[in-house]
Ligand binder design. Sequence first.
Ligand code: C2E
Ligand code: MG
Ligand code: MG
Length: 448
Amino acid sequence: MLAKADSSAPRKEPTDLVFTDPLTGLGNHRRFVDKVERLQAERADDPAPFAVGIIDLDGFKPINDLFGRAAGDNILVQVALRLRAAMDEHSIATRIGADEFGFLLPMTFSVAAASAQARTLIEILSAPYDVGERTVRLSASVGCALFYGDESADELINKAETALYQAKRSGRGAVVVYTQEMEDAAKRMTRMEQALRRAVSAGEVEPHFQPIIDLRTRRPIGFEALARWTDRDLGRVPPSVFIAIAEERGIIGPLSQLLLRKATIAAGRWPAHLFLSFNLSPSQLVDQNTGQQILSILDQTGFDPRRLEIEITETGVMSDPTSAAKIVADLRQVGIRVSLDDFGTGQSSLGRLRDFHFDKLKIDRAFVSSILDDRPSEHIIRAILAMCEGLGMDVVAEGIEEEAQAQRLLAFGCGGGQGYLFGKPLDADATLGYLRDSLRGPAQARDA
Ligand code: C2E
Ligand code: MG
Ligand code: MG
């Protein structure tokens, strides 16, 4: 039911200021809710559903930061014009937040039709925008919900918000239409978020430590701290789940500080030649406070910065390379070493290895696990090793589970290894026990 962007004449908008967004002239949030309520009243005795949707511009904030506010406003006005032009005579578009637009499609009766129309809107918004001399491109995500006759306007709009949240999570330019399963998943996430917040303030998330060994001597050279959380009700939650929630819901800062404090206290009891390797999340490399927070924890726990390594992934470097470079430079200044984690899975841009100085590279488990039976993996690992040698970087192969893998990696010249073959992550006390054993007796492979 959408009109073609270029064929529809501008429509007269209500002049009532209370209902109008002053920047774009579209209706505002109040108008959106009011329109939805009116339509609900109209459809009270009519079984025909209708659709509402919320559009969120992807990556609008950086545009504002980069080109200035005036340019940002200019783009919002252009977005509004395009949306208005795309509406047919029944439908309306409104601006309901900084870079959020709500639309109401009274003649859209199905999930399929709502998604198709949302996709058209995204396409219309993806065409380039002229801002002064420059051209800017944007994408947008959309969440939709259908009204079937049994909820308030706020509830319906909340459903569209839930769908939008899911769309945003799945990347740029996505359309999601609300379902009940989505609501249940959102509730589970919120429950987990609350439990995690409580656990972080109560200091209940613990670092465990997995040995990183010298493949030649088979002795530990350091440990990677890996977060572990067991909740009373939820049970053991894997870090892949709770770290993601912490990142998404803004708890990663306090969580990471708690873990670093505990980890450096534990590592302070190890022999001084062993390093501690600590993971940073991508969002922490966008936050300029991160460096200072790390340094102040080292100061409090008295841990030598030269014994600390920070593991970051390419995703972390990519989202804001300038910010990440500054944080990394600050850390290296005091002797902290920086590793590139999970190499080979993400973008693995070689340009990045030239621009960014890493002390160490960790080859992702995916390559190590297939090194014995997959020629391409073998060649890739050999190429990575040759490259690291040329660049003066240390290498650790992750996820070594079999003796034959360790042998092969050693034969290729890989210096460091980590994996269940040498030990699983253990808590602080068990790690001390592991160290006592491994430093006493002849070095040998062991399963913890
Ligand atoms: P990662 O940094 O790549 O950590 C290595 C993961 O591989 C760990 O999973 C480790 O337990 C697992 N692993 C080690 N050796 C083997 C092996 O031989 N076989 C197999 N199958 N797996 C092995 P884990 O502990 O579940 O952590 C998953 C991810 O969660 C980590 O990947 C890291 O990205 C993140 N993470 C864990 N702790 C923290 C933390 O304190 N802060 C942040 N920001 N992220 C963390
Ligand atoms: Mg890691
Ligand atoms: Mg890794």
